[in-house]
Ligand binder design. Structure first.
Ligand code: GLN
Length: 490
C-alpha cells in the first residue's frame, strides 16, 4: 500500500473515493506517525479515540456517497481554536485546563465537510512570537536540520506546531492563524504552503483573540492545491463575527494551474533590505524569473511606508492584545491563584499565568493606550497603518495584480538563538506585518534552499478578496521550484 502519510490531500481524496484505503486506515497511519514523532512536540493534545470515531463516520458517509469535500482527511488544529469538550489553551498556563463548551466556526466547518481531528497543535503563547518558544508546552522542533548538523531549529511561529506537523507528515493539513506573519513565516521555515486570507474572509469566532483587527485564520498544507482545498472549507461569512464579509467563497482549487499570463507583478523596492542574505536575493529574482517565464509582467513598485510597518505593528498589536487579554483575570477561565482579596487574586493569577512575552505585550499595550501617550503612540500608529494600506491601494490602482517578496529575511534559526533581544525576534516579521496592517491576503510558497540545506519561501500579496490569483501564482512558483520534504531523522 502507498505510504498513507506522505500523500497530499488531493491524492488521499482520490484514494478514498476509489476505496484504495479507508479513512480509518488513513487516520491510523497518522496516529502512528504522531506517536513516533513526540520528540518534535508539535501536538499539545492528541485525540486518537475521537479521531478513529470521526474516521469511521467518514467511511460510513463515503460508503453512502455522502462524504463531504474533506471526508476522512486527518487534520491538526492550532490550540488557539476552541474545540468543544476538548482542552483549548492557546498554549498559555492562564487557560490551564479550559474546556470550551463551543466549537469555533472554522473547525465546525471542517467537521461539517468530513475532516478528522487528530489533536491540538502547539503555538506561541496567545500566538505572540515567531519561533514557538513562548508556548507553555515548550518549543516545537522543526523537522528540517542544517546539512550535517543536529542543532535543533525552530519551525517559526506562532503556528509552529501546525507547520512542523504538516512538514513531518503528522497530519495532512492544519489550521493556523496570522496576526503579523504567523502562518507565512512558519510555512517558509518548514517548506510548507500557508495562506493568510483577506481580513474578513474567515470567521474569527471561537479563535482566541490576540489583536482583533489583524487576526485572520488560514490553512497550512503541503502544497498549493491542498491549501486551496482547505481554504474553501474554512472561508465564508459568519454572522457571529461582525468583521466577516458576506461574499461568495470561490472554488479556490480551480485557480490552481490557471494561466498567469498578462498579470502585472510588483516588486517593491523597499523590501530590498541592507545586508539581505544573497540567498534571499537570489530566491526573489528566481521567483520573478519563473513568473515572467509563465507570461507575467514584472514591474518595480514602491511601498514607501514599509519602514514604519514593524514599529507601528508593535504598537497596534500589543494595544489590542492588552485589551483582549484583560478577560483572563482568574474569575472566568482557567487558572486562579489564591489571595487575600480580589485585586491580589487578579495580580497573582496574571503574574503566574502569563509568560514573559505576553506580559511584555500587555505592558507595552497598556502604556501606549494610557492617557497622555495615546496620541503619541497608538493614534500615530493607526495613522501609519492608513498610509501603509494606501501604499498598497496606489500600487493596485496602477494595474498591479499581485506583489512578490521574500517571506522571511532568513531561514529557520536555532532554538534559543534569538532569546535575548525581543526586537531581534520581531524583525522576523519585516516582510509579513504590512499585509496584516493592510488587511490583504498573502501566501507563502516554498521556493528554494539556502546553502545549509534549509528551505526558504516567497510571499505573494494580493488584492483584497483575490486569494484565487495567489493560488494561481503560487502554483507557478511551486511548479518551477519543486517540492521539499525533510529527511526523516526523528
Ligand atoms: N511574530 C508576530 C508577533 O509576535 C506575529 C505573530 C502572529 O502573527 N500571531 O506578534
Amino acid at each position: 500500500m502507498t505510504d498513507l502519510t506522505s500523500m497530499t490531500i488531493a491524492e488521499a481524496r482520490a484514494g478514498l473515493a476509489k476505496k484504495s484505503f479507508t479513512a480509518r486506515e488513513l487516520t491510523d497511519a497518522h496516529l502512528a506517525a504522531i506517536e513516533a514523532a513526540r520528540a518534535l512536540n508539535a501536538y499539545v493534545l492528541e485525540t486518537p479515540d475521537l479521531a478513529r470515531e470521526m474516521a469511521a463516520e467518514a467511511d460510513a458517509r463515503i460508503a453512502k456517497g455522502e462524504g463531504g469535500p474533506l471526508a476522512g482527511i486527518p487534520l491538526g488544529i492550532k490550540d488557539l481554536f476552541a474545540t468543544r469538550d476538548i482542552r483549548t489553551t492557546a498554549c498559555s498556563k492562564i487557560l490551564g485546563n479550559f474546556i470550551p463548551p463551543y466549537e469555533s466556526t472554522i473547525t465546525s466547518q471542517l467537521w461539517r465537510d468530513g475532516a478528522v481531528l487528530l489533536g491540538k497543535l502547539n503555538n506561541d503563547e496567545f500566538a505572540m512570537g515567531s519561533s514557538n518558544e513562548t508556548s507553555c508546552f515548550g518549543p516545537v522542533t522543526n523537522p528540517w536540520r542544517r546539512e550535517g548538523s543536529n542543532t535543533t531549529l525552530v519551525p517559526g511561529g506562532s503556528s509552529g506546531g501546525s507547520a512542523s506537523a504538516v512538514a513531518a507528515q503528522l497530519c495532512m493539513g492544519a489550521t493556523a492563524t496570522d496576526t503579523g506573519g504567523s502562518i507565512r513565516q512558519p510555512a517558509a521555515f518548514t517548506a510548507t504552503v500557508g495562506i493568510k486570507p483577506t481580513y474578513g474572509r474567515c470567521s474569527r469566532w471561537g479563535i482566541v483573540a490576540f489583536a482583533s483587527s489583524l487576526d485572520q485564520a488560514g490553512p497550512i498544507a503541503r502544497d498549493v492545491r491542498d491549501t486551496a482545498i482547505l481554504m474553501r472549507s474554512m472561508a465564508g461569512h459568519d454572522p457571529k463575527d461582525t468583521t466577516s464579509v458576506d461574499i461568495a467563497v470561490p472554488d479556490y482549487e480551480a485557480a490552481v494551474g490557471k494561466s498567469v499570463k498578462g498579470m502585472k507583478i510588483g516588486i517593491p523596492k523597499e523590501y530590498r533590505l541592507d545586508g539581505m542574505p544573497a540567498e534571499i536575493e537570489k530566491l526573489w529574482s528566481d521567483g520573478a524569473a519563473w513568473l515572467k517565464a509563465a507570461g507575467a509582467e514584472l514591474v518595480e513598485v514602491s511601498l514607501p511606508h514599509t519602514k514604519y510597518a514593524l514599529p507601528a505593528y508593535y504598537i497596534v498589536a500589543p494595544a489590542e492584545a492588552s485589551s483582549n487579554l484583560a478577560r483572563y483575570d482568574g474569575v472566568r477561565y482557567g487558572l486562579r491563584e489564591q489571595a487575600k482579596n480580589i485585586i491580589e487574586m487578579y495580580e497573582n493569577t496574571r503574574a503566574e499565568g502569563f509568560g514573559a512575552e505576553v506580559r511584555r505585550r500587555v505592558l507595552i499595550g497598556t502604556y501606549v493606550l494610557s492617557a497622555g501617550y495615546y496620541d503619541a503612540y497608538y493614534l500615530r500608529a493607526q495613522k501609519v497603518r492608513t498610509l501603509i494600506k494606501k501604499d498598497f491601494e496606489d500600487c493596485f490602482a496602477k494595474g498591479v495584480t499581485a506583489i512578490l517578496t521574500p517571506a522571511t529575511p532568513s531561514a529557520a534559526f536555532g532554538v534559543g538563538e534569538k532569546g535575548d533581544d525581543p526586537v531581534e525576534m520581531y524583525l522576523n516579521d519585516i516582510f509579513t506585518v504590512t499585509v496584516n496592517m493592510a488587511g490583504l491576503p498573502g501566501i507563502a510558497v516554498p521556493a528554494g534552499m539556502d546553502a545549509q540545506g534549509l528551505p526558504l519561501g516567497l510571499q505573494l500579496i494580493g488584492r483584497a478578496f483575490d486569494e484565487e490569483t495567489l493560488f494561481s501564482l503560487g502554483g507557478v512558483i511551486e511548479q518551477a521550484a519543486g517540492r521539499f520534504t525533510p529527511p526523516k531523522w526523528w
